[in-house]
Design a protein around this ligand. Structure first.
Ligand code: 2YH
Length: 284
């Protein structure tokens, strides 16, 4: 898993409103709308739920330590979506203890391996990789004007690609999977086809061949420039959650408004929506 760098996220806070508008132009839905689409939720209902939720973002010093602006950026995304989010004054165990003791509804925290949201009432954990995969797959479904019955290619069968493939299967796509580790693709095909009872999942072995006959692409590899300009087809739509971006600069310019990519926003938005999408539970 790629560890985010300050340069990957330093642009996010001042650009949140613009980015949400850009998503609306590209997909028809703003940031919150894409999160709702990923969670099958109504936007008004989610807005109402988020406005009285308090989320504590806890900085974590473990492993390679604090990433400058990471916690502030997560809190800013949550605030933009309408939650009341704050960054804990203290890190690690003290920050977690504070989130519980001060009565927050949820906390978010990340080390070098996982970035999670924890619902402190329901004890439910939402993982950023899963949320990111579902969020970008939802954006691709929107860019396609509905993916049902259409062919879609998922590049990369790690946790992000697997979650995206699941959402695409749930929306009725005919999904092809490709990973440099063929076994990873075989495993994801089994999990997704068992869960969604679909036989419409195939495995591709060659990137160029796969890209030559697919218009809708979920690029979920951590490999830069997987999709080069020479591989871009007219009418291609690409949702690319990978960091670094798996689409070359030339390909990105050719795709223009038909490419959705970010490093944190969609994943955090879907984490927030996932936390509060269940029927409201009684507090313990
Ligand atoms: O960048 C990461 C991980 N690779 C997970 C990213 C999920 N897309 N973690 C961030 C670490 C943050 C740090 N511990 C902090 O500032 O709290």
């Amino acid at each position: 898993m790629t560890r985010l760098q300050p340069d990957d996220i330093c642009h996010i806070i001042p650009n949140l409103a613009d980015y949400s508008r850009e998503l609306e132009k590209k997909t028809g839905r703003p940031l919150l709308g894409i999160a709702c689409h990923a969670c099958n939720m109504d936007e008004r209902q989610l807005k109402d739920r988020l406005q009285d939720k308090q989320i504590c973002v806890v900085p974590v010093t473990a492993g390679l330590g604090i990433i400058s602006r990471f916690s502030d950026t997560v809190a800013a995304i949550l605030t933009f979506l309408g939650c009341r989010a704050t960054v804990a004054d203290q890190t690690d165990v003290s920050g977690v203890a504070h989130a519980f003791a001060a009565g927050y509804d949820a906390l978010m925290m990340a080390d070098d391996h996982r970035f999670v949201a924890i619902d402190l009432h329901a004890r439910q954990v939402t993982d950023n990789a899963d949320a990111t995969g579902r969020g970008f797959a939802a954006a691709l479904d929107l860019m396609a004007g509905g993916i049902r019955g259409r062919d879609v290619l998922v590049l990369g069968c790690g946790p992000v690609g697997a979650a995206g493939a699941g959402l695409l299967a749930s929306k009725g796509a005919r999904t092809a999977l490709l990973d440099t580790d063929r076994q990873a693709a075989v495993q994801v095909r089994k999990i997704v086809s068992d869960r969604y009872r679909t036989a419409d999942i195939t495995i591709e072995d060659d990137l160029e061949t796969a890209l030559s006959h697919n218009r809708f692409i979920l690029e979920a590899t951590p490999v830069p420039d997987t999709i080069t300009g020479a591989l871009v087809l007219p009418e291609m739509r690409v949702a690319a959650p990978g960091v670094p971006l798996g689409v070359s600069a030339e390909a990105a310019a050719m795709l223009g408004p038909h490419l959705v990519h970010d490093t944190l926003e969609i994943g955090v938005a879907v984490m927030a929506a996932s936390l509060f999408c269940e029927p409201i539970r009684k507090k313990r």
